[in-house]
Design a binder for this molecule. Structure first.
Ligand SMILES: NC(=O)c1ccc[n+]([C@@H]2O[C@H](COP(=O)([O-])OP(=O)(O)OC[C@H]3O[C@@H](n4cnc5c(N)ncnc54)[C@H](OP(=O)(O)O)[C@@H]3O)[C@@H](O)[C@H]2O)c1
Length: 279
């Protein structure tokens, strides 16, 4: 989002994190702990905030199984604090959520109003955060996304690039199916929604297409020219994790495409762009 600010200078931006660091282009960030209700209310009022994009979350999916209270505080309670603070000013909230609100038993892409059934603490706390946010702020957009990666921070693409260079063999799960999302594309969509007018409701956004983590890894290596690492398909049962993952979490994006008249890039085109930036 921060990289889009200079092309959208009609808005004033306040980028915050729990520990203030720097924005993506080197500007200072402000510190705000969104689990502190008073601090959130004060910040929103002081800076006369009209809209919030909440990307913060407890995203350690496996650790969440043993840390439910911490996950609940950040994924469920904090969105409510943000929502109530901005709603008092008649403002809006875009709350980023996840494909993990579904159990992954579908065989066709999940629509925003399909029944939810999370099978992990992370998924349950994120789903409860959706509900709390929508109850506390009338102008809330929930955008569920999946398999996020970018040139910033740690993510699957960067990990597979590193492992591909370090290892001669790698096992990656082939029976979990979804669609990656280049964070730049999601950010562009969010900016389009802000500029086009907030339309409350639940939406889905990922890139276009459908693949497994195995296929994704093969593509990452191919696009980065990594040839010395043999990628082996692994069954989920060969890679046990504390939290269950959905086997199928393809998201149906029709609603957001129609609401904002957008086209969504194909996953491989966006991956190629990200890898070009990284190399
Ligand atoms: N990653 C995925 O594949 C994926 C898939 C679907 C949906 N999502 C959703 O997309 C969003 C972004 O995910 P991500 O993977 O980019 O997350 P991330 O890298 O884990 O970033 C989460 C951010 O939240 C901040 N944070 C933690 N505690 C906070 C607090 N008390 N107050 C304010 N900020 C706090 C973290 O700061 P520190 O770094 O300083 O702790 C970090 O900057 C989340 O809502 C996530 O649920 C992610």
């Amino acid at each position: 989002m921060q990289l889009l600010e200079k092309d959208n200078c009609q808005h004033t931006y306040y980028n915050t994190d729990v520990r203030a660091m720097e924005t993506a282009d080197g500007r200072p960030q402000q510190s705000l702990d969104i689990t502190d209700r008073e601090a959130v209310a004060r910040f929103v009022d002081e800076h006369q905030i009209d809209g919030i994009v909440n990307c913060a979350a407890y995203t350690a999916v496996d650790k969440a199984e043993a840390n439910e209270e911490t996950a609940r505080l950040l994924n469920t309670v904090a969105p409510c604090y943000l929502a109530e603070a901005v709603d008092r000013r008649g403002g809006w909230l875009i709350q980023i959520s996840t494909d993990y609100v579904f159990d992954g038993t579908n065989h066709t892409p999940y629509k925003p109003d399909d029944p939810t059934c999370p099978n992990s603490v992370y998924g349950r706390t994120k789903l409860a955060g959706e509900v709390q946010a929508m109850q506390a702020c009338r102008r809330t957009m929930i955008i569920r996304t999946a398999w996020l990666y970018s040139t910033f921070g740690n993510n699957f693409v960067k990990t597979m690039l590193r492992l591909g260079r370090e290892k001669s063999e790698l096992g990656v799960i082939f029976d979990q199916i979804g669609t990656p999302t280049y964070a730049r594309d999601l950010a562009l969509c969010i900016m389009t929604a802000i500029n086009g007018g907030i339309k409350p409701g639940i939406y889905h956004y990922s890139n276009e297409g459908v693949i497994s983590w195995y296929d994704f890894t093969k593509a990452i290596h191919r696009l980065a020219g990594i040839t010395q690492c043999h990628v082996r398909p692994l069954h989920t049962s060969e890679y046990p994790t504390p939290a269950a993952r959905p086997h199928y979490s393809v998201l149906d994006k029709t609603k957001i495409k129609q609401a904002y008249n957008i086209e969504i890039p194909y996953w491989e085109d966006s991956l190629a762009e990200c890898i070009r930036q990284l190399l």
